[in-house]
Design a protein around this ligand. Structure first.
Ligand SMILES: [Zn+2]
Length: 151
């Protein structure tokens, strides 16, 4: 009697979806020899059983997942930050922008305040500040950028 088969009613360790920790769980349902549903002894929540190895990935993957999403697309932001403020400002200005009059951005092109800029990477932007001698602030949908321009 070395190995003991699990059966409904047994207590096993599982990651609780509510407690978010590995807790003792009572087996509620099994399919063959596989545990499928467990009841948390701590919060009494019943949920699908997850393999402990899988749970480890979830715990350790918190920061890794964040870093991975960085390369794919900008993370969804819920709180107000400068980027969002810029985006909202840009969107509020969009209706008054005459997009067809936007000037293709070139490093040596001349711009003046309130000119529209068409940038290959950033899209349509509005010149908000000229920084002499040859730089300007441009408000794009993705935020303010400091770009080179002609004098
Ligand atoms: Zn629980």
């Amino acid at each position: 009697m070395i190995t003991r088969k699990l059966s409904a009613g047994d207590i096993i360790e599982a990651r609780c979806t509510k407690c978010r920790e590995v807790m003792n769980h009572r087996i509620v349902a099994m399919v063959g020899e596989k545990v499928v549903r467990v009841e948390c002894n701590t919060c009494r929540g019943i949920h699908n059983y997850r393999q402990p190895a899988e749970a480890k990935v979830v715990i350790g993957g918190k920061s890794a997942g964040k870093a991975a999403s960085k390369t794919v697309s900008p993370p969804r932001k819920t709180k107000k930050d400068p980027d969002i403020a810029d985006k909202e400002e840009w969107e509020s200005l969009l209706p008054s922008m005459q997009v067809d009059q936007a000037i293709m951005y070139e490093m040596n092109a001349k711009f003046k305040l309130n000119d529209l800029v068409q940038h290959t990477a950033f899209g349509i932007g509005l010149v908000t500040l000229i920084v002499k001698p040859n730089k300007m602030h441009v408000l794009f949908q993705g935020g303010k950028k400091l770009l080179r321009c002609g004098v």
